[in-house]
Design a protein. Structure first.
Length: 99
């Protein structure tokens, strides 16, 4: 009797919370260390790439235009990466042309 072969693929869990004053991204990277994670923040997206041996993870998360990428706060603790993007104040958004 032949049994089916299942390949277990476990992607890190990614949650994005869009709050009134900030956007928070939480990623469970339990199998990666901080040195194995590369982060690239662009005005419209957050890109994360992690590699541990054969295991690779890449995620692109679109950012709303009203977040302030200059004031991003990142925290990596116990395998959980938490990134907080504060939203621009109305006057900042207006001065930059709403972008």
């Amino acid at each position: 009797m032949t049994k089916p072969i299942f390949k277990k693929i476990k992607e890190p869990l990614v949650d994005v919370f869009k709050e009134a004053k900030e956007v928070k991204i939480i990623i469970d990277l339990g199998s990666f260390s901080r040195g194995e994670i590369d982060i690239d923040i662009k005005p419209d997206k957050y890109v994360i790439f992690a590699k541990h041996g054969e295991q690779e993870f890449r995620e692109e998360i679109d950012l709303p235009p009203d977040v302030d990428i200059e004031k991003t706060v990142e925290n990596f603790k116990h395998g959980i990466l938490e990134i907080t993007f504060p939203k621009k104040k109305e006057s900042e958004s207006f001065l930059s042309g709403g972008k």
